[in-house]
Design a protein around this ligand. Structure first.
Ligand SMILES: Cc1cc2nc3c(=O)[nH]c(=O)nc-3n(C[C@H](O)[C@H](O)[C@H](O)COP(=O)(O)O)c2cc1C
Length: 542
């Protein structure tokens, strides 16, 4: 074990100021009024431990006491336990090679792999319908409560610097057998700073242990961290300061993995979600700030010169496929690790598949739908009544429900979405339905696609060769070369499953364009229901 300094207690005094880019602090409820029908009570859990306590009380957390191998077994259990939004969060307390005397011996995962727990994080009843979570998501990413700088905090209890840094002292899982290595960064908030404005960004980016003090990461130029890389390079720097906060309140992962507008710091948004400022401490070796009650903080410099890159990948990715080829990637040179005593390593198993939805899939189903709805609003598309991205596909497909008032409205929806920067790695397939179709009901959407889509009447539209995700297995390997093209390549698809307003109104149908459905008239339904008991149909099935 390396050199350790002991410090204790978070200093409450405001000792510094920090540029986070937030607007004037807003009270959370102010912007909710137009969208939300459910009231929320923001909760400040304090840290990862406070969040775990809340999960325990709600019966949402399982403690795994039996020994589990960090090498493949832990990840396999996490993936199997996930379920379709129904599995528990997991705390692994007994990990092979990491006894209670190790620097770290616990791993927490799955905190946000269920809509119930996302609702709890947002200060809502656990059984709040995901539709309400999407509506809240529309406002919550634009709200701000500025963070507070404090002198110190629990994350400074242990400080390890220089040659004493050894990432192998942490029980970093080899999450999947096919991964290129042990991934320490799966749900940590990666903090960087714009060199011109000083505004920090916090994003989730994957990172693999390549040596005791080296972490190559997957960094795309189009992401905000990529903007920072470009800016630091253009200013003539060979390295960029970076810090990763691992293990804090759930809003860290939720907001870090969501499309927060550029120039707005994620710490401000986390403050709004929890209804109180985030207490931040300054890093030891870089000029960046991290939550004072983080479990673990990794500080260092990201190499910007290709000759410092190290091999990274592949990784079991959010698509549910292995992706991101093994290749040289920008690498963090770790200068310092600070951590709480007995820190808990927060990680996540990536990749949603049928029957097993990831934390990313669950959060994306809400945030990517909310972001799409806001894009449509800003573009002036009228009549949008609901938006949803089922968690199994992490927002690659988006469902939009509209109340049509003119011809071509579904195409306006698709064009608006595809023209937005939010569509870079999302919204490949857009399906638009009328407001009688519940987009949370797969059977309803399928029925609309079956009977309202006519491929010969322009209901199927392909927008070829647009920007898109570099991790998509359906894209040819050549076109996934982000280094060569700057982005992936997507042929996008609109499925217009609305009733076609280009058809002439039919006088035989009283001016309607489609015939009536077979569902009985309300009076006939009421009459039949009134006899339900007499007919013996209200008895439970044997
Ligand atoms: C678990 C998880 C892992 C992710 N891994 C990566 C990654 O390796 N690289 C990347 O560019 N984005 C990754 N993302 C997506 C980004 O976090 C997301 O696009 C976020 O909006 C980026 O922050 P930014 O908007 O500040 O750029 C991941 C998201 C999650 C939730």
């Amino acid at each position: 074990m390396g050199l350790i300094f002991c410090l204790s207690g978070a200093g409450p005094a405001k000792v510094d100021t920090v540029r986070t880019g937030g607007a004037k602090p807003l009270k959370s409820h102010v912007l909710l009024a137009p969208f939300m029908t459910t009231k929320r009570k923001p909760v400040a859990f304090g840290d990862l431990r406070g969040w775990m306590k809340a999960l325990d009380t709600a019966g949402e957390l399982r403690h795994v006491e039996a020994e589990v191998d960090w090498n493949v077994e832990l990840g396999t259990i996490a993936r199997l336990a996930q379920g379709p939004g129904t599995g528990p969060a997991l705390l692994f307390n007994n990990i092979r090679d990491y006894s209670a005397n190790s620097r770290c011996h616990q791993v927490f995962t799955g905190g946000l792999s269920s809509p119930r727990r996302v609702a709890m994080m947002l200060g809502l009843e656990p059984d709040t319908h995901p539709r309400e979570l999407v509506k809240l998501g529309r406002t919550v990413l634009n709200e701000t409560i500025a963070p507070k700088i404090v002198k110190t905090g629990p994350v400074k209890e242990n400080v390890v610097e220089g040659k004493d840094v050894d990432l192998y002292e942490f029980p970093v899982p080899q999450w999947n057998r096919i991964d290129g290595g042990r991934y320490i960064l799966t749900y940590g908030g990666v903090v960087t700073k714009d060199p011109d404005t000083g505004v920090m960004n916090v994003g989730i980016y994957r990172g693999m242990v390549a040596a005791k003090d080296k972490i190559p990461i997957l960094m795309w130029r189009a992401q905000h961290i990529g903007h920072h890389v470009t800016a630091w390079q253009q200013a003539g720097h060979k390295e960029m300061p970076i810090a990763v906060a691992i293990g804090w309140e759930p809003s860290l992962g939720f907001v870090g993995g969501a499309p927060v507008p550029k120039g707005l710091c994620e710490y401000d948004v986390m403050g709004a979600i929890r209804g109180a400022p985030v207490d931040l401490v300054k890093c030891e070796t870089v000029d960046l700030h991290v939550p004072a009650t983080s479990e673990i903080v990794i500080e260092g410099y990201l190499g910007l010169e290709p000759d410092t890159y190290m091999m990274e990948g592949p990784f079991a990715e959010f698509t549910g496929y292995v992706a991101g080829d093994r290749s040289p990637k920008p690498t963090i040179r770790v200068t310092c690790i600070t951590h709480r005593t007995d820190p808990i390593l927060r990680g996540t198993i990536e990749g949603s598949m049928p029957g097993s939805f990831s934390e990313n899939g669950t959060c994306s189903s809400i945030m990517r739908a909310a972001a799409a709805w806001n894009v449509l609003d800003r573009a002036g598309v009228p009549g949008v009544t609901d938006v949803w991205c089922p968690p199994v596909q992490t927002g690659i497909n988006v469902l939009v429900q509209i109340k049509q008032s003119y011809r071509g409205q579904a195409k306006q929806v698709a064009n608006a979405l595809w023209g937005s920067s939010a569509a870079h790695v999302r919204y490949k397939h857009v399906t638009v339905v009328d407001d009688d179709i519940d987009i949370h009901d797969y059977a309803a959407v399928d029925w609309a696609v079956a009977h309202r889509v006519n491929a010969g009447e322009n209901d199927i539209v392909i927008m070829p060769a647009t920007f898109g995700a570099g991790l998509d297995p359906s894209t040819r390997r050549r076109d996934r070369n982000v280094a060569q093209f700057g982005t992936g390549k997507w042929n996008r698809l609109l499925i217009d499953a609305t009733v076609n307003l280009d058809y002439d109104p039919d006088p035989d149908l009283g001016g309607a364009r489609f015939p009536p459905t077979v569902w009985p008239a309300p009076d006939d339904v009421a009459a039949a229901k009134a006899r339900w008991s007499e007919l013996g149909l209200d008895r439970p099935k044997r």
